[in-house]
Design a protein around this ligand. Structure first.
Ligand code: SAH
Length: 241
């Protein structure tokens, strides 16, 4: 894996003092790895079967994506606040969506709702070429800076309204929406390759997980999975104050 996020003794090119300090705080210690192993065992018990997905969760340090105050909780199977009234999804939800998406190495994957960047990193760890859109400028810049420090180079971040997708880079093998939509977003399904899959939670106040496969230019096949609770999929870009 050329991606230094996963080299546990990172070699960060930038020598500036602030950056060095920030990076030093992102230590991945034995006990973090131990907690990740327990989390993986829990996810397995809860029904996650895809070994690649489990392995990615075992490898990506979730505590890097959270405020220090949540370090102890980072490997509990729960959603946690990331600011701007948003949350990092529960690990089970991340695993469930990623498993449904069936990501293969080299797939071009569009994620809607970058948030902390954790889900995008799991996709990157699976070898995908990730494009991720966030509508909140504060979160966009924070995650961009985090990825720069971690030298994550197979995730491209965009500030924009995810409802529009990324027509310039379409079609995608896979699309994952990590906020609760009201209906299956049509603009997004149009950006799928034929044979491509979109995983999107749909409904209010809770969501059913939809898996939509594009069968032909005009036909889509969808199946519905369990119930989840996401933050809402909202329109427009929210600028920094
Ligand atoms: N995948 C994220 C989950 C973050 S919660 C993670 O791993 O941390 C969902 C995110 O979707 C929030 O950051 C929210 O701001 C964002 N979001 C909601 N509506 C959006 C839209 N229309 N376009 C892009 N991002 C959106």
């Amino acid at each position: 894996m050329s991606n230094s996020l996963f080299q546990l003794v990172p070699n960060f090119g930038d020598t500036s003092e602030t950056l060095r300090k920030a990076v030093e705080q992102m230590k991945d210690k034995y006990y973090h790895r131990g907690m990740r192993r327990k989390l993986v065992a829990q996810l397995r018990q809860k029904g996650i079967k895809n070994e690649h997905v489990l392995e990615a969760i075992g490898r990506v340090p979730r505590h890097f994506f959270l405020d220090n105050a949540f370090e102890e909780l980072a490997y509990e199977d729960q959603a946690l606040p990331i600011g701007e009234e948003q949350t990092i999804s529960q690990p089970y939800t991340v695993a469930f969506q990623t498993e449904l998406l069936d990501v293969q190495k080299g797939h071009r994957v569009l994620e809607i709702g970058t948030g902390s960047g954790y889900q995008a990193s799991i996709l990157a760890a699976l070898g995908a070429e990730v494009y991720s859109i966030e509508r909140q400028e504060n979160l966009y810049w924070r995650t961009k800076e985090l990825f720069r420090k971690m030298q994550v180079n197979n995730v491209r971040l965009y500030l924009g309204d995810g409802y529009e997708g990324l027509p310039k880079y379409a079609p995608f093998d896979k699309i994952i929406v990590t906020a609760g939509a009201i209906t299956v977003p049509e603009t997004l399904q149009e950006q799928l390759l034929i044979g491509g899959t979109m995983v999107v939670p749909v409904g209010r106040p809770t969501q059913q997980m939809y898996r939509v496969v594009r069968i032909t230019e005009t036909e889509f096949y969808s199946q519905v999975y369990g119930e989840f609770r996401f933050v809402p999929f909202e329109k427009g870009v929210k600028k920094r104050k």
